[in-house]
Design a protein around this ligand. Structure first.
Ligand SMILES: [Zn+2]
Length: 291
C-alpha cells in the first residue's frame, strides 16, 4: 500500500491507514543469545531491525550463564530469535518453551550446520558458519518483510564482502603455518585453528576447562610438558572461560617463553564480528612470526 492510496481513501479508512504505516515503520525485533550473532543481525537488518543480544559481558563465562527474568521478557516480544545450539546455550531452549509466542521464528545455528550435541559448540569460529547464518537470516527477513527485500539482499552482499579480508587472512596464515603444533586452554578457537591448518594439542584438558571440571593429572602433565619442551609454538588462552588450571598454563607458557594469545567467547564491545576475527587472527599471526 502506498501513501497516495491512503490519501485517496475515504476518511473511514484513515484509521486503518495510520495503523498500517505505524506497523510498517516499527523495526523487527530480533533477540540473539550471543552478541556476535546479534551484530550480524544488525548488519543484515540495518534500520529495519532492532536487536537485543543476551550474552555480551566479556567478564562472564558463557558456559556457566543463567538467564534472568528480563531475558525471558525480551524473548516474549521477539519476532526472530537466534541462538547457537549444540549445547552451548541450553537455557535458550528452556526460555523459549516457557514463553510461547505466535509468529516467532527461531534460528539455531547448530541446526543450520547440522552439528550435534558433543561437537565443539564454538561454531562462530568456523569460517563457514557465519556466512551460512547470515544468508539464512536474510531469507527470513525477506519472508517476513518483503517490502524491504532489496535492502536485505544489499546488506547481505555488503556483509559477505566484509568477510573477504578475514578469509584472505586465514589463507595467508595457513600458507605459512599449516602443520604448526599449538595448544589452548579451552576449545573456543578450535574451528579457526583447524581452518588455519594448525595442529591442536591437549584437547581433553580443554574440554575439562570448558565444562568447568578439573583436568586429570595426566592431561595436566602432558600440557606442562608441551610448554616446557616447546612442543607447541603458541598457547591460545580463553580469558572468558579460565579456571585455575587454565591460568596456571598461561603462567607456565610465559615462563617457558611460549607466546600466549588471548581470545574471547563473545565479541568485545563495539566491535563487528569481522573486526573481532581480524584482530584475533592478527595476534595469532604475530605470535607465530616470533617463533
Ligand atoms: Zn567456550
Amino acid at each position: 500500500m502506498k501513501p497516495m492510496k491512503c490519501i485517496s481513501n475515504a476518511i473511514a479508512a484513515a484509521a486503518a491507514c495510520l495503523s498500517f504505516h505505524a506497523a510498517a515503520a516499527s523495526p523487527i525485533k530480533i533477540v540473539a543469545a550471543e552478541n556476535f550473532y546479534g551484530d550480524v543481525a544488525r548488519q543484515i537488518g540495518g534500520s529495519h531491525v532492532e536487536v537485543v543480544s543476551i550474552l555480551s559481558n566479556p567478564d562472564q563465562d558463557p558456559h556457566l550463564f543463567e538467564a534472568s527474568p528480563s531475558v525471558g521478557r525480551s524473548l516474549a516480544n521477539a519476532k526472530i530469535v537466534v541462538y547457537n545450539g549444540a549445547d552451548y546455550d541450553p537455557w535458550m531452549d528452556k526460555l523459549l518453551s516457557a514463553s510461547k509466542a505466535a509468529n516467532r521464528q527461531t534460528l539455531v545455528v547448530g541446526q543450520l550446520l547440522q552439528k550435534r550435541s558433543g561437537d565443539n559448540p564454538h561454531l562462530w569460529y568456523d569460517p563457514s558458519a557465519i556466512p551460512t547464518y547470515a544468508k539464512q537470516l536474510a531469507s527470513s527477513l525477506k519472508r517476513r518483510d518483503p517490502s524491504h527485500a532489496a535492502d536485505y539482499t544489499k546488506n547481505l552482499d555488503t556483509f559477505l564482502a566484509a568477510l573477504a579480508p578475514v578469509n584472505q587472512r586465514i589463507q595467508s596464515i595457513k600458507a605459512r603455518y599449516a602443520g604448526t603444533p599449538v595448544t589452548a586452554t579451552e576449545p573456543v578457537f578450535g574451528y579457526m585453528a583447524q581452518a588455519l591448518g594448525l595442529v591442536m594439542r591437549n584437547d581433553r584438558f580443554q574440554l575439562a576447562v570448558m565444562n568447568d571440571t578439573e583436568p586429570t593429572a595426566s592431561d595436566t602433565a602432558a600440557f606442562e610438558d608441551d610448554l616446557k619442551n616447546h612442543r607447541v609454538k603458541l598457547l591460545i588462552y580463553n580469558s572468558q572461560a579460565s579456571g585455575g588450571a587454565a591460568k596456571r598454563m598461561r603462567d607456565l607458557a610465559i615462563e617457558a617463553g611460549v607466546p600466549v594469545v588471548g581470545v574471547t567467547e563473545t565479541a568485545p564491545a563495539g566491535k563487528t564480528y569481522q573486526a573481532w576475527m581480524l584482530d584475533e587472527l592478527d595476534a595469532v599471526e604475530k605470535a607465530l612470526d616470533k617463533q
